[in-house]
Design a protein around this ligand. Sequence first.
Ligand code: ADP
Ligand code: MG
Length: 681
Amino acid sequence: MVDLKKDVKYVKGVGPNRVTLLNGLGIFTLEDLISHYPRDYEDRSKPKKIAELIDGEEVLIEVFPVSRMTEIRAGKMKIYKLVVRDDTGTMIITWFNQSYLKNRFKMGEKYKFFGKVNMKYGKMEMNSPVYDSEETNKNTGKIIPIYPSTYRLSQNTIRTIIENGLNSLDGTLEETLPDYLLSEYNLESLETAIHQIHFPNDFKEFERARKRLVFEELLTVQIGLLHLKNKYSKNQIGISFNKNVKMSDVINDLPFKLTKAQLKVLEEIDADMEDVKPMNRLLQGDVGSGKTIVSIIAAYKAVKCGYQVAIMAPTAILASQHLESFESTLSKYGIECDLLIGSVTKKQKELKLEKLKNGEIDILIGTHALLEDNVVFKNLGLVVTDEQHRFGVRQRSTIASKGNNPDVLVMTATPIPRTLALILYGDLDISIIDELPPNRKKIETYAVTKGMEERVNNFIKKLVNEGRQAYIVCPLVEENEEIDAKSVLELYEKYKKEVFSDYRLEYIHGKMRPKEKDEIMERFKNGEIDILMSTTVIEVGVNVPNASIMIVENAERFGLAQLHQLRGRVGRGEYQSYCILKYQGKSDIIRQRMKIMQDTDNGFIIAEKDLELRGSGEFFGTRQHGLPEFKIANLFEDMQILKSVQSVALKIENEDPKLELEKNYKLRKMVENKFENRIEL
Ligand code: ADP
Ligand code: MG
């Protein structure tokens, strides 16, 4: 068997210079090289007739020279022209300074040229094409891969290196999928798939190759996650919280009635908490669906059973807000909550850590600061992370390791279609709150272009005059010459001087110090600021019920899921609320996306549509999940394959959760190889 971990420098044609360039592309081993998949393909396999050529297209022609090549001097430059014909017409092929081509082409012989055609003085020309003689197939006659590369490594070079790498395999590439899956799902063998993904014979072969590789990639992640789930929970002894501590004691005391969805989710959580195996549960619910109160009730149970609780939020603002919510519900039960964020003084921090260690703090709420080594609990029983896609698998387990197999509840407000949740959070059980508390008013949403600016500004003034507050969200902090979008600082200057000079206008953005941010948020909350301009720092969870209008500048630059999150900052009080999306650009996609925001207030539908219009990469920013990145799979386009993969994974989970059966030996190896090494737990 070939050694895939072999250094790429041993591949034919790779000298010291090229090693450095390849390393720069993330290619270190033979395996990296052969899985450096093309980003595109050029079809040089189907010739066209001269009479059918279209100005500007890249195309293959099969032609005969009709005369000798002519040489024209233009200053220092030498221009070579060759007139060629097929049975439909003639055209001119031009090269510059390539004198070695002068006698290359013989009259009466057939040649293949591939290049871009352009119309000049009513006649088709082709400049500096690649070519082959009738018998050769070096540059034409096939589908040519185009690789992600740098300008210092030409397409020709990287193509040759990869071809050499593939040739060195020579029938010795070890199959990674078990036979029973290959035949059940009619999948190509690994070796054929790898060859065909780089140099496909035709597009049908390419599709087969791609399907096989996507299947493998998704299956590895899916089984890997299920494997982790079993490792965590199946055999682990966690905490069995006391059945006699009733969640209903808090539920009956609340000033409102929980929704059916909240009650159902709480039942699931309660059952998990009473079970001795550690809980690992994802709680999904739209903005404002009432996840926080669910976590408060779970925390109540943990504390009343004698354990401590850690709540981890993505930002200091959100952590402070959580503290308020937790205290307002739980103080009356004698439960002690505290806050640990980056901005507390050293002395305060020491005090807090001391109280945490000896059990005087029941619930500690904070940011990443909770992850530090010196944060030691006396008896941690429940961990809640409010993720919003900002923590990964690793942080989750770091915080959990501060207890003895505590229960873990992960909350996210980004609605994810169920199939995708399974692959992004496959290591967790999933609960969904799919209903908003009653009497929520729909946030009226309007998408507008520049012409409406003045009316929008007047509308803001009207609402502020009535006592409300407003958000104005921009995509950038500072001006950036390369990006045509509004920045907070630039727009603040303009609005302050020209538009809202009579109003209390301030700004906040992610580059400010946490203390400054907290201060501004505090003042906004207290009604000391009328209009708050910001970047997406306010995206997450900020709760100011008096704010009833949000303007989003350059709304076309945001993901729909993100716009939906932002929009959730208004409509949190008793007032009718508005979201105005100002956008530029005339493309259909932009208009469709704006229309979805106007018409829909269901986060799950928005998420699905967004995915459809943009593809999965942008939607998720998979990097942030701590999951292996997908090299070839596209979660949206490959939904069908993902579904097959999920049914395979489920079957295996039931039949052979630890991948011990002989027939699953290869899968086990694959998961260990590609998955566990990358995710430390
Ligand atoms: P999420 O965290 O899901 O975005 P929150 O928990 O912050 O939502 O809830 C938003 C607001 O709705 C909070 O002020 C909360 O007290 C309130 N709330 C939660 N559940 C209900 C309910 N069942 N009925 C009425 N109000 C609720
Ligand atoms: Mg919340």
